[in-house]
Design a protein around this ligand. Structure first.
Ligand code: PDD
Length: 285
């Protein structure tokens, strides 16, 4: 089946869809994005993702391209036209098209909007979760505004490629103080030997993940202790369990860090339970 994308007001065949070569998203990575999970053909945690989108746009002084209700219709329509039941929907908003000049355009420019969706087999996710993933550590080399979900992802691309070349699927950034910040495309978590669930506070150094926020509700309901504080790779290697969270992965157990096994080197029982419970606490529209 041909894939359909929404581009600036039109639904088009993916192969024919295009943006202007002077789009500032293309020339300067001057734009933001969101990725939402699709499950049962519905968008998961749409409201929270849109709240974060609006914050990212505000921080970069890019206008919201259309009303929230309209954006919801467009995203649902892209999901529908692509007949995705399980997978992800991707939304990108850039500052728009203007003659190349680093500073903002001086004349009013409409933001560019692109929405795509693709199916991901739920079985594939479950199989990966049953095996667990490996992570490597990587020196933090991103700009300090990682709280903005910007499409400027070159350091993340390079870190992810380094992970792949070392037989791992995620890279955990380590800051100058020796603490893990987050993954190249996920938030990082460990569970200590006495069952405390640890993740860095969203106040600095990380993207405030939506999966992270919902998981905090799951932890409370399961009466698990949460500690929002930084941890080191050594603490992760000595932990009972570790996992990452992201809209595209939900809760994904981590079984090794820099080739050192975590726990018994297999996905942990708590991470597996959190993965199972997650959607009871998520919104679907
Ligand atoms: N990545 N941290 C980073 C750097 C991320 O890129 C992501 C998400 C997260 C988790 O955020 P959330 O739970 O809201 O998905 C944390 C998306 C999925 C991506 O870039 O594909």
């Amino acid at each position: 089946m041909s894939r359909i994308a929404y581009v600036n007001g039109q639904y088009e065949l993916m192969g024919a869809a295009s943006v202007h070569i002077e789009d500032r998203g293309y020339q300067f990575a001057d734009g933001v994005y969101e990725v939402c999970e699709i499950r049962g053909a519905k968008i998961i945690d749409f409201t929270k993702h849109m709240t974060r989108l609006q914050r990212s746009l505000r921080e970069l002084r890019i206008a919201m391209p259309m009303a929230l209700a309209a954006l919801q219709i467009v995203m649902q329509e892209v999901v529908r036209r692509n007949r995705v039941r399980s997978g992800i929907v991707y939304l990108q908003v850039s500052r728009g098209v203007s003659r190349r000049d680093h500073a903002f355009p001086t004349h009013p420019v409409a933001p560019s909007v692109v929405v795509t969706a693709r199916g991901i087999s739920p079985q594939k996710g479950s199989d990966t979760a049953a095996r667990g993933i490996k992570v490597i550590t990587h020196a933090e080399n991103r700009w300090p505004r990682v709280d903005i979900k910007s499409v400027s992802l070159l350091p993340n691309v390079l870190a992810k490629q380094a992970a792949r070349e070392q037989g791992a699927s995620e890279a955990w950034y380590v800051d100058a103080q020796g603490f893990v910040t987050e993954g190249a495309s996920s938030n990082a978590w460990i569970i200590t030997k006495d069952d405390r669930v640890v993740t860095r506070s969203a106040d600095s150094g990380i993207l405030a993940g939506i999966t992270r926020a919902v998981l905090i509700d799951v932890l409370a309901a399961m009466q698990l202790k949460l500690e929002e504080r930084p941890f080191t790779p050594a603490e992760a290697a000595a932990a009972k369990e570790a996992f990452v969270t992201a809209s595209s992965q939900i809760v994904m157990p981590v079984v090794a860090i820099d080739n050192q096994p975590i726990g018994d080197g297999r996905p942990g029982a708590i991470a597996r339970r959190l993965r199972e419970e997650f959607h009871r606490f998520a919104e679907a529209v």
